[in-house]
Design a protein around this ligand. Structure first.
Ligand code: ZN
Length: 481
């Protein structure tokens, strides 16, 4: 899971289920199913009590096929059930439409072991990381009852989860479940840590910094997250999502400040950053992973065929947005883009198309080819839009306004067609058709000429006329908007 310098944008998902919210939109409001989740003081066990008003569902399902292994006692309407899980993997509930009460226990440590989550403190006394797909048994997708989930936590404990929090509740641990497809992965942390709201340009990031040895510097991490989010708001003046979960997990000494980061979309958008908390604040500020991960929130959940696109956008913006925020000087940012394009070209082989490289990226270690081909296409698109009085920022801003919050998966071509529609001109689809089945790295000679970027040995030197300088400033300048 903790591969260095790789990144997952929640793309390793093939199926796309119907969203409960779409189903709910077409039906009358029905009474909510209520889940109470009690957490044991040693963080070893969850006890779940799920109450379904009539008409109750006829079965419960967990997304993880191994979920039955973590189940302890199960009682249905007060009666213990010896073998609750049927051959099809579901738990059957009484037929007849009556209300149902289901109680079950879950072995949290077994889930953490099976998923190879890191130990957070000796014997996990500080916090536990868990995956709700392994313990949250829910009515089938077509069921129309809304679901609320409330954690009952031991004194001094908090929960960090991606689900939307109930706005009508003072209690921070009540969530609405079922707003995204079930098979999108998520992480929930429970334990002794503080939840903090980091307010950035219209958003409230729900930050949790877990305990570690040595203890992480909470204030420094909060500042780092706030600055990274503010940099991403530099794309179009708003942080793209309202209240993402941001989970920081200190792992102790590592080879870099953030050995692993990822964005998951299950339940709601979430960024997870696994850090070496022993490093000084300036190393975190200089590191690219946080801005890269948060830049994934500028695009929707893309099907794995669009991994080059997701990674390309995040890779382009990790440099552009750090320059705009002042973390990188503009010439440094151009150099980083140039270095990346060179690495991408170095991995581009005759006979291997971008589509094939994307499909085989993990197996053949073609990360640079995939990430930087996408970044080159983002630069080419941005220049074409700017030639026509627009920009990539502006088109993504329009996408934010129309479509970003929809809890659905997008194919690469579908997303790019939508961007062309929002731009009012064909920019993205022609690039897609030209490069996705090509074994060539996108040609950057004309973009470099337009930007006045001159290659001298390994360096790229900004020059050219006033138009080129203005174009570079429009992309990397601090006052862009
Ligand atoms: Zn990424």
């Amino acid at each position: 899971m903790y591969r260095p310098r790789a990144c997952c944008a929640g793309l390793l998902i093939r199926r796309c289920a119907l969203s409960c919210s779409l189903l709910l939109a077409s039906t009358a409001v029905c009474a909510a199913a209520n889940y109470e989740v009690m957490v044991s003081a040693d963080l070893a066990t969850l006890t779940v009590e799920a109450q379904f008003p009539a008409p109750a569902p006829q079965a419960l399902e967990a997304q993880d096929g191994s979920a039955r292994k973590y189940l302890g006692h199960v009682r249905i309407n007060g009666r213990t059930v010896g073998s609750p899980v049927q051959l099809d993997g579901s738990i059957a509930l009484p037929r007849g439409g009556e209300s149902s009460l289901v109680n079950y226990t879950v072995d949290l440590r077994a889930i953490a072991r099976a998923r190879r989550f890191p130990e957070l403190g000796a014997a996990g006394e500080h916090a536990v990381l868990t995956a709700p797909d392994a313990w949250l048994w829910l009515p089938p997708v077509g069921d129309r009852q809304p679901i609320t989930l409330r954690f009952q936590l031991p004194e001094g404990m908090s929960v960090s989860a991606p689900w939307p929090q109930r706005l009508d509740s003072e209690d921070a641990a009540i969530f609405a479940i079922g707003t995204t497809p079930r098979d999108w992965p998520a992480l929930v942390a429970i334990g002794r840590f503080e939840m903090e709201a980091v307010e950035v340009s219209g958003a409230k990031l729900r930050l949790a910094v877990l305990e570690g040895r040595p203890a992480p510097d909470q204030a420094a991490i909060r500042k780092w997250i706030g600055e990274g989010a503010a940099a991403v708001a530099g794309a179009y003046g708003l942080f793209p999502l309202d209240a993402p979960q941001v989970l920081v997990v200190p792992l102790g000494r590592g080879v870099e400040p953030v050995p692993w980061g990822q964005v998951l979309r299950g339940g709601g958008a979430a960024a997870q950053l696994f850090i070496d908390q022993t490093r000084p604040a300036e190393e975190f500020r200089a590191d690219w992973v946080l801005v890269h991960e948060l830049s994934h929130m500028l695009h929707p959940n893309l099907h794995e065929d669009g991994e080059w696109l997701a990674e390309g956008l995040a890779t382009y913006y990790q440099n552009v947005l750090r320059a705009r925020s002042g973390v990188l000087a503009a010439p440094q940012a151009w150099q980083k883009l140039h270095d990346g394009f060179q690495r991408g070209m170095g991995e581009t082989e005759a006979g291997v198309t971008l589509n094939e490289a994307t499909h085989d990226m993990l197996k053949r270690r073609l990360f640079m080819r995939v990430y930087w081909s996408g970044a080159a296409m983002a630069l080419i698109a941005d220049l074409q839009l700017r030639r026509n009085g627009q920009s990539l920022d502006r088109v993504l801003s329009r996408f934010h306004d129309c479509c970003l919050a929809e809890p659905r998966m997008w194919l690469a071509a579908e997303f790019l067609e939508t961007l062309d529609g929002l731009a009012g001109m064909p920019v993205f689809m022609p690039l897609y058709r030209r490069f996705v089945d090509s074994d060539q790295f996108p040609d950057l000679a004309l973009p470099y000429a337009e930007l006045g970027l001159e290659v001298r040995g390994r360096r790229v030197v900004p020059g050219g006329n006033v138009d080129a300088a203005a174009l570079r400033r429009a992309i990397m300048g601090r006052a862009t908007q």
